[in-house]
Design a protein around this ligand. Sequence first.
Ligand code: SAH
Length: 273
Amino acid sequence: MSSDNLACPSTSDLRTQPVAALDKEGIGPAMTSIPMIACSTSLSEHHSGGSGTNKNKQMVEQLQRYGVISSKKVVEVMETIDRALFVPDGTPAYVDSPMAVGYNATISAPHMHATCLQLLEENLQPGMHALDVGSGTGYLTACFATMVGPQGRAIGVEHIPELVASSIKNIEKSAAALLLKGGSLSVHAGDGREGWPEHAPYDAIHVGAAAPEIPQPLIDQLKPGGRMVIPVGKIFQDLQVVDKNLDGSVSIRSETAVRYVPLTSRDAQLKGY
Ligand code: SAH
């Protein structure tokens, strides 16, 4: 991989670009500059069908090489769900950076997707229930659905109806299409701060936007033995791992410093926060 790859641009509006994770000391990027696939290549591959799959595989291999992914299951699911199907046309798909998807939202960087999948892996076993709050492009919802399988349940909740519609189209093009058709995967328009009580309790909850504090309904909808991964904070944010113990008590730890768009109201988001 040439160092040119490091020069791939990401969009410049920081408020809509939840930039990737900082290292644990918060003093600099740990995984923000993993050289991935050169932008020009990504762009052409995005439009060239089949060979995009190879580029997706290379992206996953790179994440393994850099120690971001150690889990075989996460490798499998990230190879199965092609990221290019979830980014807007003309957006480089395989660069390790968040990308703007409209409506002041982004698709998270591949290393953040990988990190969250890995943190939730034990709670994404076949047959389990998963909730993806702020599901955006639907990428992670599709990964969750693939991991929990047709006997499980993966629910995405997103408050921008246009993103709900486009995420469903993205999923229909992906390897998770049959799960959507079969009903084990669904995406809903709604305020994710309320969770999605209909299919609670959940073994796994992922929140893709930073909450000022952990919403109580999400804690309530977590199954005993369940795990939630949620960025918490305003300017300084931590990716928190919330485990509900079998006695119903909750243990919380910080995994790493991160920067995500806020978990907020639709109005605030559309006004630019
Ligand atoms: N995991 C998604 C991340 C999208 S960015 C992906 O990688 O595609 C965060 C998303 O959270 C945005 O799509 C935004 O619209 C959504 N969001 C923010 N506040 C929300 C809320 N209160 N309820 C539901 N979705 C919300």
